[in-house]
Design a protein around this ligand. Structure first.
Ligand code: AMP
Ligand code: ZN
Length: 434
């Protein structure tokens, strides 16, 4: 069995659940006393702190939505004196009022330990050099991951996002063995290196922590093959601190959720009732130990499943599957519900497909037109017209089988699609735009 980072990592189910019951009552008591917003919500639902006796009582507590957090922006949900706050982060949403989360020093310590536990779980040690290739600033993937790597004792390089040449120089000069990187950028980095005549497999990288945006199993394989390293999925959201919420172990079969700190549920998005294990639903999360700004039953909008059964790694913290989509990501084309992930799943199976793609929904005057622009590897783009047309048709046919709508597939040259600084933009609805 792996050595534990701390005692809670290998707690039994009984220990986990007993602790959760105590911590749930505790957090409800604290917001009851400290937050007029939650006090009112709980009173309206007939919930008092005394009435919380077990974790099953969670279902009596009302949900908190993104709009609730916005309505309490910036700091109305803080329940400690503001002088105790030492940091704030925001979610990466690009529209409307952001959601802000404030932390006490104790909150940051707990978060760093949870993050260190994640890295330790996949075999990162103090002898590793850790390069954080994600944006710093308000985004939690910067300072959040950084603190965990430092806490574990890695020499940690705050490289920040983008700038391929500098990233590679740092990797080579400091012999970086572990990187944190967005999936979209990982593929771009690897392919650019190849285009520059370098072999990414020769770099000292052995592990990459990859998350912050959805990606498919096929995408993971691509990154692993490109760099000859292990890729572990990292899930988090700023409302629950950020990274450290869900993290794969070495089995690479589901992400353990640290249940001593986060209480996770999966509900049917329409009814709000718990789904059966193995069924897809919306992840709902409660902070069990956050001091400055606790959040009860947050509707993440992320769709996933709980994986039934025990993980062979010996950890009993439950596992969730890869995020299959966000309730917000789904779009409707010709009356069919489609998730961008379904499209990625198909196109990543074609070896000619390069490092970037973009899905757009347009109005061609007759109705919805689904266009999938796919970058093709440099070496395939020089092939003759017929070969390219054949590829285009094969991709379109396979997509039609998966999503039931025939898309227009455009094969485009490497590096021609836009690359955002932060999270990838995979879908744009251009209907109504001229
Ligand atoms: P933010 O709070 O701005 O960092 O955004 C959090 C959101 O990013 C989550 O609610 C997910 O939708 C998405 N996300 C983060 N990590 C992953 C991951 N490993 N897989 C899929 N989506 C992710
Ligand atoms: Zn495991």
């Amino acid at each position: 069995m792996d050595k534990a980072y701390d005692a809670a990592e290998f707690w039994s189910r009984d220990q986990i659940e007993a602790t959760q019951a105590v911590r749930l009552k505790n957090v409800v008591t604290r917001v009851w006393n400290g937050s007029p917003f939650y006090r009112k919500r709980l009173e309206e639902a007939g919930v008092t702190p005394e009435s919380i006796r077990s974790i099953a009582d969670i279902e009596r507590i009302p949900f908190t939505t993104k709009d609730d957090l916005r309505s309490q922006y910036p700091l109305n949900l803080v329940i400690v004196p503001h002088s105790k706050l030492v940091r704030m982060h925001c979610s990466s949403g690009t529209t409307g009022t952001p959601t802000a989360i404030a932390h006490t020093q104790n909150d940051l310590n707990v978060w760093a330990d949870l993050m260190a536990r994640c890295l330790h779980m996949v075999g990162v040690t103090r002898d590793d050099v850790f390069q954080n290739m994600s944006g710093y600033g308000l985004f939690t993937g910067g300072l959040g991951i950084h603190a965990g790597a430092e806490r574990l004792g890695c020499m940690t390089i705050p490289a920040g996002a983008g700038n391929t040449k500098r990233q590679i120089k740092l990797v080579k000069d400091f012999k970086t063995t572990v990187a944190h990187i967005l999936p979209s950028y990982a593929l771009i980095l690897g392919e650019r290196l190849r285009e520059m005549g370098e072999d990414p497999r020769k770099l000292p990288l052995r592990i990459a922590v990859v998350g912050a945006e959805p990606y498919t199993e096929g995408f993971r394989k691509r990154i692993e093959d490109l760099f000859d390293m292990k890729v572990y999925n990292s899930y988090g959201l700023s409302e629950m601190n950020g990274p450290s919420v869900g993290f794969e172990c070495r089995e690479q079969n589901g992400l353990h959720i640290w249940e001593d700190a986060y209480l996770a549920e999966i509900v049917d998005p329409a009814t709000g009732r718990h789904v059966q294990p193995g069924e897809v639903g919306e992840l709902v999360m409660t902070t069990l130990v956050r001091e400055g700004m606790p959040i009860l039953r947050y509707r993440t909008r992320d769709l996933t499943t709980f994986i039934p059964g025990e993980c062979p790694c010996g950890r009993r913290h439950m596992r969730m599957g890869r995020i299959v989509g966000r309730a917000d990501d789904m779009f409707i084309c010709k009356g069919v519900n489609i998730y961008p992930q379904q499209i990625e799943d198909v196109i990543m199976q074609f070896k000619e497909v390069g490092k970037n793609y973009l899905i757009t929904l347009e109005d061609d005057g007759l109705g919805d037109l689904l266009r999938v622009k796919v970058e093709i590897r440099e070496e395939c783009f020089v092939e003759d017209m017929r070969a390219l047309q054949g590829l285009q048709q094969r991709i379109a046919r396979r997509l039609k089988d998966e999503i039931l709508v025939t898309p227009k597939v455009d094969l485009v040259q490497s590096n021609s699609l836009p690359v955002p600084e932060g999270k990838a933009v995979r879908f744009k609805d251009l209907r109504g735009e001229k």
